[in-house]
Design a protein around this ligand. Structure first.
Ligand code: ATP
Ligand code: MG
Length: 567
């Protein structure tokens, strides 16, 4: 492919409104252009990356007997009504009508369509298990499309769905998909982690997320440094910290003028923050509900949402509601004589001789102890885990890192087969609801996630398997030097004839421009043909971020071929 004949609109300047490095570099290197909010065009080099990503995914899935097909992007509302997601999907589901006023939606995912296909065409246990996948455009009307193609509204996903007679069969496929996803990410040559996830609205069973580690990631992951344990911070279980000591001090109510926050309290009383608790008030089904955490701990809303008495979604009571119903301001709350039910976090339940608000303006209790002064009945896991907390598997301290979710595997169970009445006959002739798994990888998000991890100051640094081309060939001053021109032309044809993908920079640009573009685009093998090296019968060769080497002209094609064959 000749640079002069390819649409590669590189940019020297940093584009405005691009917040993360992948967005900046994919725009600057001429891989994408933005059409509107969350809508992107993939230019020739960008599309080559997407196709490579798809091919790796396809190869790894086919190994496990998955079958590729293609389902529609526009989907009838009836199916979504049957699964009840027409109502529950909310605003992310973009609904539309055709000329006959029939309701449709743009597909955010394909559980309904695949289950419909299944119920019409699968009748017997003999046809199972079955694992179908496709690459398709998805549309999710994200509330805040951002970070370029990392969170867009229209994007490409590989989604796969498996159907099984029983959980044992689903377990086998789920493990295979785990292995396939791990193999895919290993081939992409990125640092990744698999974490336990909260299944959200898609299913109600077990699920694992695959994250590419990157500082710009929207998710926070907690993982053990000494075992495989890893979880999205939202679903990472927090163990109780410490053991409750026997009470040493009497309970006392003390005046605390102008104390409004936990920080004010610790300063005023000269008390370590670990010996305070804070009382957060949320709306509940019947009344307000109080959630009590150690002063230095943060509430995890996903955990709070699991308390039956708490209203969904979890919402904090306003200052006005709190003072009207509880008779004091937010900064003076505490569990003694509290008029509403309260839940105590596991670690808050371990403190002794501690302090909190007296439910009276400007007063706090000190020297309080659970059971002696205040009951401690509803102890639950409420807090967000932090760096250094013990991992739940007992393997040691947790570390915290940010990640980009690129893949997700779920055990869906019979949620869709039941709601959509998809049955098959088992061996005995009984009608049963098959159990399902679903497996997604974001193709467009993957491209950006890889860039987040693989880049230098100058540009992208593509891993070999998904680079848009294998070799970037540059001729220096070829127009004025016929020896260079002949050599670089011949080398281009030799590389192409050997089946190697080459981007040949044949433009009449200055070397600085060509090098800057090569740095931006980030093709892993770079060959530079210039007068100085040709005089020694060599070319300059560089692999990714390694040092430049001088390689004899007649060995360079072989060197690249050997490299490509080895992988
Ligand atoms: P997120 O929590 O980031 O919104 P999700 O949990 O909603 O993702 P899934 O429904 O599991 O995502 O979709 C499977 C995959 O599709 C994700 O792992 C991700 O790679 C991709 N994906 C989801 N939403 C987007 C988006 N808005 N833009 C690009 N890719 C996306
Ligand atoms: Mg989402």
């Amino acid at each position: 492919m000749k640079f002069s004949e390819t649409f590669i609109p590189t940019l020297r300047e940093e584009p405005a409104h691009a917040e993360v490095i992948s967005h900046i570099l994919l725009l600057r290197a001429g891989f994408i252009r933005q059409l509107g909010s969350g809508l992107f065009t993939w230019l020739p080099l960008g599309l080559r990356v997407l196709k490579k990503i798809e091919q790796v995914i396809r190869e790894e899935l086919i190994r496990y007997g998955c079958q590729e097909m293609l389902m529609p992007f526009v989907q009838p509302s009836e199916l979504w009504k049957q699964s009840q997601r027409w109502e529950t999907m909310g605003m992310e589901l973009l609904r539309l009508q055709d000329r006959h006023e029939n309701d449709y939606c743009l597909s955010p995912t394909h559980e309904e369509v695949v289950t419909d296909l299944f119920r019409d065409n699968f009748m017997s246990y003999r046809q199972l298990p079955c694992n179908l996948f496709h690459f398709s455009t998805k549309f999710r009307d994200e509330i805040r499309p951002r970070f370029g193609v990392l969170r867009s509204r229209e994007f490409i996903m590989k989604d796969g769905y498996s159907f099984h007679m029983d959980d044992k069969s689903l377990d086998v496929t789920y493990q295979e998909m785990y292995d396939a996803y791990s193999a895919i990410l290993t081939r992409f040559d990125v640092n990744f982690r698999v974490v336990e996830a909260d299944p959200g609205v898609i299913g109600d069973g077990e699920s694992l997320e695959f994250h590419v580690i990157a500082g710009s990631g929207e998710d926070t992951l907690a993982y053990s440094k000494h075992s495989n344990y890893a979880a999205n911070i939202e679903s990472a279980e927090a163990l109780p910290l410490g053991k409750r000591a026997t009470p040493k001090t009497p309970l006392q109510k003390v005046p605390t003028p102008n104390v409004r926050t936990i920080e004010d309290l610790t300063k005023f009383l000269n008390l370590p923050i670990e010996r305070t608790v804070k009382t957060l008030i949320v709306h509940g089904q019947e009344s307000l509900v109080a959630l009590i955490l150690r002063g230095d701990h943060e509430l995890n809303l996903v955990k709070a949402a699991k308390i039956k008495e708490v209203s969904q979604p979890v919402t904090f009571a306003s200052e006005e509601v709190i003072s009207a119903e509880l008779g004091c301001s937010v900064g003076s709350l505490g569990p003694i004589q509290l008029k509403i039910p309260f839940y105590v976090d596991r670690s808050a339940a371990m403190v002794s001789d501690f302090s909190f608000g007296a439910n009276e303006e400007g007063k706090h209790f000190i020297g309080a102890n659970w059971d002696r002064d205040v009951e401690c009945e509803n102890v639950v896991d409420l807090r967000m885990v932090g760096e250094g907390d013990p991992a739940v598997d007992g393997s040691g301290p947790l570390a915290i890192q940010r990640g980009i979710e690129v893949g997700h595997i779920f055990k869906l169970g019979t949620k869709y087969t039941r709601s959509m009445e998809a049955t098959v006959l088992d061996r005995e002739g009984n009608s049963i609801y098959p159990t399902m798994g679903c497996y997604g990888i974001g193709v467009t998000r993957m491209a950006a996630a890889v860039v987040e991890q693989c880049h230098s100051e100058e540009g992208i640094d593509w891993p070999i398997e998904i680079a848009p081309m294998q070799v970037h060939l540059v001729g220096l001053f070829a127009k004025s030097n016929s020896k260079v021109k002949d050599t670089v032309d011949r080398l281009y044809h030799a590389l192409c004839d050997a089946g190697i993908e080459v981007l040949y920079d044949d433009r009449e640009e200055r070397p600085g421009v060509k090098f800057a573009d090569a740095d931006l685009i980030g093709i892993p093998h770079r060959i530079v043909v210039g007068e100085r090296s040709l005089n020694q019968n060599t070319v300059e060769y560089r692999f990714r971020q390694a040092e430049i080497e001088n390689i004899p002209l007649d060995e360079i094609v072989m060197k690249i071929l050997n490299f490509l064959n080895k992988k």
